[in-house]
Design a protein around this ligand. Structure first.
Ligand code: PSU
Ligand code: MN
Length: 306
């Protein structure tokens, strides 16, 4: 059988003209932010990729078709839909085979990007090892995906809703390069720095692109995680957020939230508890990541042209 891959008109044109494409996920739209902010952000992030000279491809499964790039109507419909499935590696094939609709997580977006020949992907934060994972075993499939699918993922580090130190340990075990852009400290999503040192550091998009190609040339499977710090002027200091995160976590436990519902629940609760302030920072960092991802995609195409 052939896979029902569907390219948007914009992505089809970019591929024909050799314009580099940057993948964008859709779970951030359906499960990460409320409507209508989610739609505005999705549009702004796409615009950021275009302004840098690359082509955005937001990825989702709609009525059993794996869409690489969404048109304006599809984006709007997805942003307004309630109860859309959240698709990770485990759920994607069943959703496509049954004609379902779902938003793709980092893991699922990486799979789709690779199928579509896209090497770079921008998001906000990746999933990771949850606090208390020694009891719950809750470790995001995003980490194992980074170990096996050759896509460079640009994120703003990992949220403090996760156990960030354990997340870095698992990435190291899985052989995933964790490269912080332009600084030594690993960034902490809403905050530009954490107390953790980044395993690796690179200072240019060109160097990140070169590392991506070198990995492939060595026959190593998997991708790279690029941690891009939120711009200083947009950050929220981590000590301000710590009590909010603790409260959200306590609420999740009190309500018996488990499995794939945990991350969306925590994100929603933190949004409510900060009265939307977390969202402003979130928007700034996703745009910043889209810009860097587009620069890496352009650098990759320059390397390939030589
Ligand atoms: N972390 C964030 N924002 C997000 C997500 C994670 O800071 O929107 C989303 C991403 O789509 C990520 C997914 O791939 O949640 C991870 O979910 P889980 O922890 O269930 O694997
Ligand atoms: Mn999980």
């Amino acid at each position: 059988m052939t896979l029902p891959l569907h390219f948007s008109a914009e992505v089809t044109r970019a591929r024909a003209e050799g314009i580099p494409v940057v993948a964008l996920e859709s779970t951030i739209i359906t499960h990460g932010m409320p409507y209508p902010d989610n739609l505005r952000v999705a549009r702004e992030v796409e615009a950021e990729v275009r302004a840098t000279g690359a082509c955005p491809a937001t990825i989702a499964v709609i009525a059993g078709q794996l869409h690489i790039g969404l048109d304006a109507d599809q984006l709007e419909t997805l942003a307004q839909s309630k109860g859309v499935a959240k698709l990770s590696r485990a759920d994607m094939a069943v959703c496509i085979a049954t004609g379902g609709t779902g938003a793709t997580t980092v893991a699922a977006t990486m799979i789709a990007a690779h199928l579509a020949g896209i090497a770079v992907f921008a998001t906000g934060g990746i999933g990771g090892v949850h606090k208390g994972a020694e009891q719950s075993f809750d470790i995001s499939a995003d980490l194992m995906e980074l170990a096996q699918t050759p896509v460079t993922v640009v994120a703003a580090g990992a949220k403090a809703i996760l156990d960030v130190a354990k997340t870095l340990e698992v990435l190291e075990t899985q052989g995933v390069p964790v490269i912080t852009f332009g600084q030594d400290a690993f960034p902490a999503f809403w905050s530009a720095t954490s107390r953790l040192k980044s395993p690796l550091r690179l200072d240019t998009a060109k160097a990140i692109a070169s590392a991506h190609r070198t990995r492939a040339a060595m026959g190593l499977p998997g991708g790279q995680l690029v941690a891009n710090p939120i711009p200083k002027e947009d950050e929220i200091p981590s000590q301000e957020l710590a009590p909010v995160i603790a409260k959200a976590q306590a609420d999740a436990e009190a309500h018996g939230i488990t499995g794939k519902a945990v991350t969306p629940y925590l994100l929603q609760r933190i949004y409510e508890l900060t009265e939307g302030r977390s969202l402003t920072a979130n928007i700034a960092l996703v745009r910043n990541n889209a810009r860097l991802a587009a620069q890496i995609a352009l650098a990759l195409s320059t390397i390939d042209a030589r």
